[in-house]
Design a protein around this ligand. Structure first.
Ligand code: FAD
Length: 332
């Protein structure tokens, strides 16, 4: 999901501004990327419907709506009948909803594939080996040592290894980003492309169902603090399916084609770390947590500008890695 609005949380207004800006850049970013890679990224600008399963959830939605309205976001309160007019497959028990036209979606895997093709065509060379350590001499990052023995020298190094960013060898404590893995499990269901079960992303509290153009529906996602474990569990599949069934009962008629687990790079304040680190020559771009796909264009633009000009885009200034300099986790 590219969901700055339905992902907006109390107290995270600076992050919301970054998320909104990245969302606004998406259409042009996708257009350029699809032209450069000759493939579709499955970008879809249909909005998102956030619904309540019972009176308690409806009260939560109402508070969220007031917060979103205070921030000037475009949201529409819908009665249950209107929700079902938009998405006829919704459960008749739905108590109400919010329609968010600006929360879109993209196929994350297709996006990554397109980026690799576009980068290669633009002359980027990929060294497909693990980074064993950051090479540091005289207090400055000078490149990386790879696990196959090669050393790549460089004036600038960008550390963007997701939740593994904090565990790369060679980093002095003051440059080690305080990121941790936050496990997420999702189910992939196969439905009909001609007669899709749902046309928009449907979100409940703690669960969502996102349609793909080919009829697949992705149901997600758990949020688990289990270190680097990526085991897929029967309990997660049960919980996700049960919660999704309460939103859209027809999900149980679809074919279950996969259960996956991934690791989000979480940071202490749920916001990314973008900019110079405590080590000369090392720039950090990590900690994107739940919104790394959404934040792709703005991250790429700001980090490229920093490398090319030395200037920090004011959009990313609040997310400087140095904000954790005195944080306990930073040096642990
Ligand atoms: C279940 C789930 C659902 C999500 N849904 C959404 C969503 O709807 N919208 C959204 O915007 N975001 C979503 N996210 C979050 C998003 O996937 C992340 O924020 C994003 O992937 C972070 O990107 P990244 O490149 O920083 O890290 P990653 O995607 O984790 O990539 C890091 C890469 O670094 C590589 N690496 C690690 N160590 C080394 C090393 N030593 N040498 C070389 N390479 C290394 C890894 O192999 C990996 O390829 C979701 C995440 C999960 C798990």
């Amino acid at each position: 999901m590219l969901a700055p609005v339905t992902e907006a949380h109390f107290g995270e207004e600076e992050l919301l501004a970054l998320n909104l800006e990245s969302s606004a850049r998406y259409p042009a970013f996708v257009q350029e990327l699809e032209a450069s890679s000759d493939m579709s990224c499955g970008y879809d600008s249909e909005g998102t419907l956030q619904v309540a399963r019972d009176a308690d959830e409806d009260a939560v939605l109402e508070r969220l709506l007031q917060f979103q309205l205070e921030l000037g976001l475009e949201v529409h309160r819908l009665r249950p009948r209107k929700c079902r007019e938009l998405e006829p497959a919704l459960s008749p028990r739905i108590r109400g909803g919010i329609y968010v036209p600006g929360d879109h979606r993209i196929d994350g895997r297709a996006l990554t594939e397109a980026l690799v093709i576009a980068c290669e065509r633009a002359g980027v060379r990929f060294a497909r080996a693990k980074v064993a350590s950051i090479a540091v001499t005289a207090g400055r990052a000078r490149g990386v040592a790879l696990s196959d023995g090669r050393v790549l020298a460089s004036d600038d190094v960008v550390l963007s290894a997701g939740c593994w960013s904090g565990s790369i060898e060679g980093l002095p404590p003051e440059a080690r980003p305080p990121v941790r893995p936050v496990k997420g499990q999702v189910l992939v269901l196969r439905g009909s492309a001609q007669e899709p079960l749902i046309r928009r992303s449907v979100r409940g509290v703690g669960v969502y169902a996102v349609p793909r153009r080919d009829g697949r529906v992705v149901v997600g996602a758990t949020v688990e603090e289990r270190g680097f474990d990526v085991t897929v569990t029967a309990g997660a599949a049960h919980d996700l399916l049960r919660a999704a069934y309460e939103l859209v009962p027809g999900v149980t008629e679809l074919e279950l084609i996969g259960v996956f687990a991934g690791l989000r790079p979480g940071s202490p304040d749920n916001a990314p770390l973008l900019g110079r680190s405590g080590l000369d020559g090392l720039v950090i771009a990590t900690g994107h947590y739940r919104n790394g796909i959404l934040l792709t264009p703005v991250t790429a633009d700001a980090i490229a500008a920093l490398l090319a000009t030395g200037e920090i885009d004011e959009l990313i200034a609040p997310f400087a890695p140095a904000r954790f300099a005195r944080h306990e986790a930073f040096s642990s």
